[in-house]
Write a protein that binds this ligand. Structure first.
Ligand code: HEC
Length: 92
């Protein structure tokens, strides 16, 4: 039982730090918790998950033509985008 609890929390920690690492480059522009300082860069901790994923796909496909976010979005797989969407959803 103790061992089971230990492994569960260990995996939780691992998953959590994986999300933190994925989100590290975003913090420079969007703030550490997605709450962007200033008006030029939108906050991303207040977005619905579906909207977040859709926005990322649109940067990737070029439907949204922001130069910076297009380069960034291209560096993340669909699975990683979902992890990021969950990560910022928890920071609401
Ligand atoms: C170099 C600065 C920079 C970095 C780094 C950056 N972003 Fe952005 N992000 C922007 C800017 C500027 C916009 C607004 C672009 C536009 O007008 O479409 C934006 C827009 C977005 C949007 C759309 C917001 C909306 O309201 O539609 C999302 C979602 C987003 N970024 C997520 C991320 C994530 C997640 C990361 C890290 C993987 C990240 N960004 C890294 C600058 C950055």
């Amino acid at each position: 039982m103790i061992f089971k609890l230990f492994t569960i929390s260990y995996f939780f920690l691992l998953a959590n730090s994986y999300a933190n690492n994925l989100a590290l480059p975003c913090a420079g522009c969007h703030g550490p918790s997605g709450n962007s300082p200033g008006d030029t860069i939108p906050s991303i901790n207040n977005l619905e998950k579906e909207y977040f994923i859709n926005a990322f796909q649109e940067y990737k496909s070029g439907k949204r033509s922001n130069y910076l976010m297009r380069i960034i979005a291209n560096g993340y797989s669909d699975e990683e985008i979902k992890i990021l969407a969950d990560f910022y959803d928890e920071k609401k």
